[in-house]
Design a protein. Sequence first.
Length: 248
Amino acid sequence: MCFSAEASFTVGAALVPAGGYCLWSAVLKKPSYLGLAAIPTCFGIQQISEGFVWHALAHDDRAEIRVWSLVFLFFALAFWPFWFPFLTMLMEPNRPRKAIFLALSILATTWFWVLFYPLVVGPELLLTTRVEHHSIQYEYADLAVYQHMPDYSWIHPVWGSPKTFLRLLYLLTIALPPIMCTESWGRVSGLILGASAVLAVLVFDHAFVSVWCFFAAVMAVYLCVVFHRLPKSQANAALAFDASASTV
């Protein structure tokens, strides 16, 4: 997240209990929504990890900077591109679409191998973490995936660059599955993810990964509303009725 360690820790501390509420609501109301309910908690852990990145940067502790940067980037580069297609697959009632989302989930694991894994096993110089305009910038432009991609700048000097092309592909990996889902929650959450990514590119392009994850955490607030309004399942309602009847 951007701005400061205090902001990261505050947002993270708020998201973790919000995620607990969503998880508890999913257990009581709709267990198939557990993957969706886990999003606020995961975002909270991610934001807290970036709070530690801020702290390490302030103390110029290079080892701590690398460790906590990798924790943050695991979520940003590997986990979220997989999780959104996967949870959409779990929730999708339509079998043909479920098969499509399963295929997308498997394909999305590619992000782990091309972006995150090389940062873990490669030279430390592959990843540079620094403060840029009051935000944290994670720089890994020397990854092989960027070096071996063709440059389409002849189409457009900005949108044709390898970095921007991968960002667009990344955004589609995350936002399209929820939008395509037959469940009503997906269209709104997909639009929130898409709008937050566009805003991050336009206003905070220098620290896209960090700032976009902060904006995307706004979706956790929406999910709390979703689970609050979600009606209890008939099975749980029957259990509650039986329990009340037995006490009479």
